[in-house]
Design a protein around this ligand. Structure first.
Ligand code: FMN
Length: 181
């Protein structure tokens, strides 16, 4: 099983990147992972004039990674109650490739925020483009509130949250495997 872990923030000390690193550590052994670094997402804003000259090579390379993954785990901040712009830009660029790499991909949505709600208000927005592109968004989401206190590199300080995430990851991968077969 190949899992691609995708952040929605470009920030160096991103809590969402830390959440992804924690998720990667908690995945069952035998799962092959590719963790995307924020620096890899620094493509230009989607622009039809750029596209007219050819989809940039780095987007094509990233699209091939999405295509080869069996499942995606996305950890993205909530911006103003909605989807974060770096993630939306990534979804939009990759949606221009054919066949569309997002199609039929199982997707787990997660979010971390210093706020108490952990970015959960954005989930219903973040799933919209994935739904529209034919991805299979898992119905349960994971949010981490008070992230500045809860995160500690590749782990959470709270054991309960760690167990919650580990269980969700196992459920999600089981579901993704069923979809694949
Ligand atoms: C433009 C902008 C809008 C934001 N809106 C929200 C919001 O609606 N809800 C929330 O919980 N945090 C919001 N935040 C705070 C982010 O959750 C916080 O900056 C977080 O650290 C971003 O994620 P990161 O650490 O992965 O970069 C916003 C931040 C920015 C820059």
């Amino acid at each position: 099983m190949k899992v691609l872990l995708l952040p929605g923030s470009l920030r160096k000390e991103s809590f969402n990147a830390q959440l992804l690193a924690t998720a990667r550590r908690l995945l069952p052994s035998g799962v092959e992972t590719t963790l995307i670094e924020a620096a890899q997402l620094r493509w230009p804003l989607y622009d039809g004039d750029i596209e007219a000259k050819g989809i940039p090579q780095e987007i094509q390379t990233f699209g091939a990674l999405v295509t080869s993954a069996d499942a995606l785990i996305v950890a993205s901040p909530e911006y103003n109650g909605s989807i974060a712009s770096p993630l939306k830009n990534t979804i939009d660029w990759v949606s221009r490739l054919r066949p569309v790499p997002w199609e039929e991909k199982p997707v787990l949505l997660m979010s971390a925020s210093p706020g108490g709600l952990g970015g959960m208000r954005a989930f219903s927005h973040t799933r919209v483009p994935f739904d529209g592109l034919g991805s299979y968004v898992y119905p349960t989401y994971f949010s981490l509130g008070r992230a500045h206190e809860a995160c500690s590199g590749e782990q959470f300080k709270d054991e309960k949250k760690t167990i919650e995430l580990k269980e969700l990851l196992t459920e999600f991968l089981g579901w993704a495997k069923k979809l694949k077969s």
